[in-house]
Design a protein around this ligand. Structure first.
Ligand code: ATR
Length: 271
């Protein structure tokens, strides 16, 4: 029976066991997916032992997403570019393959909810420059977005992204985040602001075009104050739960041999 799971610290909040458990049941696959709280000092040992215990792979979350890159034998280009991995495959030859499917999940979710979205509809505006933002930036640029605007409270992290991702990236002052929205076709909140228990994201939306597609990576609550305000201005909005579902699909397929469907049942299973 193939085993997979998710490692992090803490791990109790992870929705991945609900999601993979739902898919295993839906497809009648004899397999298990388990959450594991792992301390950073035990990471290398755990990655060595789990393949011998029947594990075919893992999802990886905070704080291990960067460290697993140095422990993997093969790192995909996109994981290297993002600087973090969220999906490991324990290959039959004993090698550990590390990938990052967050950017893929972001784009796949966007395309599912807005099938007519095109990367060259206009500039993209990304708010935030943390780990999630890096995956979003990589995937938007890879899709063919011609201008990618970015702003972050800590400006240096946005500058770092520009330095790594190149000339299509334009950095805006955090205080000028509202101006960044002028003419933007795709807008993404990649900060943790708006999450239950945190302050809302406060960016003036006066310059937001009603034709813009507005995404929030936050999924608790599903409708953040930012999305609610964008919707009130006539924008189409995409919540963050779908990205979570879509980023999980490639791992499930590699481990269990079945490409999982992502539909309303899948959403209901993790809520
Ligand atoms: P993740 O992996 O979820 O992206 P992260 O790397 O810690 O997590 O990034 C969190 C993002 O939310 C960053 O863009 C962070 O801004 P800083 O780089 O300035 O820390 C942003 N963020 C979190 N709390 C914030 C706050 N109170 N105000 C503004 N930005 C905030």
């Amino acid at each position: 029976v193939p085993l997979a799971g998710v490692i992090g610290m803490p791990i109790a909040h992870s929705r991945s066991p609900l999601l993979h458990g739902h898919w295993l049941k839906t497809y009648g696959i004899a397999g298990h997916y388990v959450p594991m709280a792992i301390m950073p000092e035990h990471l290398a040992e755990v990655l060595r032992i789990l393949p011998r215990a029947g594990f075919v792979g893992l999802n990886v979350t905070i704080p291990h997403k960067e460290a697993v890159l140095t422990l993997a034998d093969v790192v995909t280009d996109r994981a290297a570019l993002i600087g973090a991995a969220n999906t490991l495959i324990f290959r039959a030859d004993g090698k550990i393959h590390a990938d990052n499917t967050d950017g893929y999940g972001f784009i796949a979710n966007l395309r599912q909810h807005a099938p007519d979205w095109q990367p060259d509809d206009g500039p993209a505006a990304v708010i935030g420059a943390g780990g999630a933002a890096r995956a979003v930036v990589a995937s938007l640029l890879d899709s063919g977005v011609r201008e990618l605007r970015i702003t972050n409270r800590t400006r240096m992290r946005a500058e770092q992204i520009k330095a790594e991702f190149g000339a299509r990236v334009v950095v805006y002052e955090w205080a000028q985040a509202g101006n960044m929205l002028q003419g933007a076709a795709t807008v993404v909140n990649a900060t943790s602001l708006g999450m239950t228990g945190k302050q809302p994201l406060r960016v003036p939306l006066d310059a937001l075009e009603p034709g813009a597609l507005v995404n929030d990576l936050v999924y608790a609550p599903l409708e953040t104050p930012f999305l609610a305000e964008a919707k009130a201005r006539g924008c189409r909005t995409v919540d963050g739960l779908g990205m979570l579902l879509h980023q999980a699909a490639p791992g499930f397929e590699r481990w269990f041999g079945q490409r999982p469907a992502i539909d309303d049942d899948t959403r209901a299973a993790v809520l």
